[in-house]
Design a protein around this ligand. Structure first.
Ligand code: BGC
Length: 381
């Protein structure tokens, strides 16, 4: 090795860059850059935006589905890893994605039998998940090409996504005009700010569907991650994952994550709710005062020392632990995503709220602004 190369190697070790991809390097500046990513099968051009801060964190997001395609964060030793499951190309996102990283709407999660009534009028949605409607229908917001504007804001580099969903699209009433701002802050946070307005009464429940593995995407299952959920209750479901309407205490059940517990510790127990979900695939009722940003979850991965905290203004979070991943999808770096290789924490209103008057309402009326914020904050211990 030449003296010059040796010098670089020594420097790399000193700053903890060994095995680290370039975007994890300590940048002097926060940046957001935009590049061409690909064309959809309908010929629409899609860009990719890379946001990086001064602390070795970066994430990438594409206009298709406003999908987060990579999240690079250091581990406790400073080595960088991509903790988000995803694909290497647009065609895979279009044809085989189980909602990796995308925005979800108009109604995230399930609506029973694809039916709800608003102001006495019945609406029918496509049933795309057994007997139920899931994640906004056949062409939800995960499949829209969002307009994007990269921007440097006071809070950090950001991408401002906008999209208009037409009145009647996927069966939902009202023209929904949306804005989502994705920001990378200096505190290693991905901050998602959603706003929406409508011209007719409608229902809205927007979320992000990132799958995480804090040991690095594709590096084993997530059963050893320690999960804390700031929730004393969850919404039990029927066999098709529709809430029964009950808010059930988690105490004494495998759904109690009020103290950190390994995801896998109780997942195999003979419990009817775990059987219905094929594992955890449920909505937890967050402990909160009205609408302020509160801790929803803290996840720690013991081998890497990576920690992710989720804060949200939403009243619920769907903790889904990748029960439907089965080794048939190959993702980034040729990694195969097997059973439970990723988990999601989808901040949201409760599933099927339009059919449950006792759940926090999801109706948006003309003149009102839908406004929610969710933060995914990364650190190490
Ligand atoms: C649902 C799961 C579903 C997954 C991917 C989650 O929000 O709760 O049941 O398999 O999304 O579609």
């Amino acid at each position: 090795m030449s003296a010059k190369l040796l010098g670089f190697a020594a420097l790399a070790v000193a700053v903890g860059l060994t095995g680290c991809a370039t975007p994890c390097m300590q940048h002097k500046e926060c940046t957001v850059t935009t590049a061409y990513y690909g064309k959809t099968k309908d010929g629409v051009a899609v860009n990719i935006h890379t946001l990086q801060n001064k602390h070795g964190m970066a994430f990438e997001v594409i206009d298709y589905g406003a999908t987060i395609t990579a999240i690079r964060v250091p581990d406790a030793k400073g080595n960088c890893g991509d903790v988000a499951l995803g694909f290497t190309n647009l065609a895979d996102y279009e044809t085989k994605s189980p909602y990796f990283g995308c925005a979800v709407g108009r109604y995230g999660n399930r609506i029973a039998k694809g039916k709800f009534t608003l102001n006495g009028q019945a609406y029918t949605l496509a049933t795309n998940n057994g007997p139920n409607a899931l994640h906004g229908g056949l062409k939800g917001f995960d499949k829209a090409v969002w307009k994007a504007q990269a921007s440097k804001t006071a809070a950090g580099p950001a991408v401002i996504f906008t999209h208009v969903s037409k009145d009647g699209e996927e069966g939902y009433p009202g023209t929904l005009t949306m804005k989502m701002v994705y920001t990378l802050t200096d505190a290693n946070e991905i901050k998602l700010d959603y706003t929406a307005t409508t011209d007719k009464d409608t229902v809205v429940n927007l979320t992000n569907h990132s799958y995480f593995n804090l040991a690095g995407q594709g590096n084993g299952d997530i059963l050893g991650h320690l999960m804390l959920l700031n929730a004393e209750h969850f919404t039990p479901v029927d066999s098709t994952l529709i809430p029964t309407g009950e808010l059930r205490p988690v105490k004494g059940t495998p759904f109690d994550f009020t103290k950190p517990v390994a995801i896998g510790a109780r997942i195999g127990q003979a419990d009817e709710q775990l059987k219905f979900g094929g594992g955890y695939d449920h909505n937890w009722v967050l402990e909160r005062e009205n609408g302020e940003l509160c801790l929803a979850a803290r996840v720690t991965e013991p081998t890497s020392g990576r920690v992710m905290e989720v804060f949200t203004t939403e009243p619920g979070v769907q903790f889904y632990c990748g029960n439907f991943l089965d080794g048939t999808l190959t993702g980034k770096e040729g990694k195969i995503y097997k059973h439970r290789y990723g988990f999601c924490l989808e901040t949201q209103h409760y599933p099927d709220s339009p059919n449950h008057p006792n759940f926090p309402p999801t109706t948006l009326k003309p003149g009102q602004t839908y406004r929610t914020t969710t933060v995914y904050k990364f650190s190490t211990k």
